[in-house]
Design a protein around this ligand. Sequence first.
Ligand SMILES: [Zn+2]
Ligand SMILES: [Zn+2]
Length: 146
Amino acid sequence: MAMSLGDLGKMATRIGQDAIKKTQQFADVTALKLKLEETKNVTDNLYKQLGAVYFKHCQDPSYSEALEQLCEQVAQSLAHTEEISAQIQAIQTVRRCTQCGGEIPNNAAFCTDCGTRMIALRCASCGAALLEGAKFCNECGAKNDN
Ligand SMILES: [Zn+2]
Ligand SMILES: [Zn+2]
């Protein structure tokens, strides 16, 4: 029996969901970018409507209700666009552990997944970056008490 378009659609959705699980991060950004495109299209459409309504308003100044409504919708749509852009920005600037690739907060000193130190220890005496587990500074020889 031939598969209907609906079946194909369902299958595509299932495959899509599996892919999302595997690459959540990537999928989040992709979904957000799609959403961003959508909101931009909504704004464009509102602008077009606004143009038509404004023309009507020019011909009959008493016609202004739809104008205000549309302006409000445009403002909302622009705010929504801004919001989604900020979300994409936040995801893309996430720091990753150099060891295990896990996500870590920007200010974290250690990876929350594998415990790898994220901020190099510095020598108290000369400020040089210390090697992991070093007992003495490799720059000035000062003892490392950390
Ligand atoms: Zn890690
Ligand atoms: Zn030093």
